[in-house]
Design a protein around this ligand. Structure first.
Ligand code: C5P
Length: 231
């Protein structure tokens, strides 16, 4: 029987501040593949909940929002990302630390994870997909052709987030950020459903002290070795 070829997926998972967003975007752009920023979907669910007045402890209401919310991932004329929720530009709002904490809270609910599963899988399509998140290689795309688990020391991750937020004009103290990152790591790693952990067949990359270009090159070479793309 002839089954339609499934388009390839490369997954990049890891904790916050490990650099997976930057690396995923760069790799997807370089090879011309689609990009799934799954964390943005969890951030959008948290934001949609807040904006619709949903009780912060109501998983079913948030799961309904996860299914119904109208999301558009696009780019601005200057090439930067743009995210629309129900037609409203929430690009900046979803990147706040508050939205990150909200995302990590709603992400612990099985109903919300189930509601987002098919939505995430629908991003796969020719010529291929780079999927960035926490459970891309373990749950959402277990058959992915290339799985990366990106890490960095907690200190370096906090410093990166601090710089990112400062560049965007937010004034968050480094110790406060370190505490928040540690809290989020713990919640992501210890939740019952789809906890943050490397897939058994994932390649581990420690990005501590290394440049974005070095990591991008390493990922590109791994994909080329698996014949996913050519360098
Ligand atoms: O990657 P980002 O920081 O945008 O993700 C925000 C939060 O969403 C994470 O802390 C995590 O709790 C949750 N998340 C998840 N599974 C994913 C992506 C993100 O649980 N695949």
């Amino acid at each position: 029987m002839n089954s339609a070829p499934v388009s390839p997926v490369a997954t990049i998972d890891g904790p916050s501040g490990s650099g997976k967003g930057t690396i995923s975007r760069a790799v997807a752009r370089r090879v011309g593949w689609h990009l799934l920023d799954s964390g943005a979907l969890y951030r959008l669910v948290a934001l949609a909940g807040e904006r619709s007045g949903a009780a912060p402890d109501d998983p079913d209401r948030h799961a309904a929002l996860a299914r119904a919310m109208q999301v558009v991932f696009g780019s601005r004329s200057d090439g930067g990302e743009q995210v629309l929720l129900g037609g409203e530009d929430v690009t900046v709002a979803i990147r706040s630390e508050r939205a990150g904490q909200g995302a990590s809270r709603v992400a612990a609910w099985p109903q919300v994870r189930a509601a987002l599963l098919e939505r995430q899988r629908a991003f796969a399509g020719p010529p291929g997909l780079v999927a960035d998140g926490r459970d891309m290689g373990t749950v959402v795309f277990p058959g992915a052709a290339l799985k990366i688990f990106l890490t960095a020391t907690p200190e370096e991750r906090a410093q990166r987030r601090h710089k990112q937020l400062k560049d965007k004009g937010s004034d968050v103290s480094l110790p406060a950020l370190s505490r928040e990152i540690a809290e989020r790591d713990l919640r992501d790693q210890t939740r019952q459903v789809a906890p943050l952990r490397p897939a058994e067949d994932a390649c581990l990359i420690d990005s501590t002290g290394r440049t974005v270009e070095e990591i991008v090159r390493e990922v590109l070479e791994m994909g080329a070795a698996r014949r996913l793309w050519q360098l």
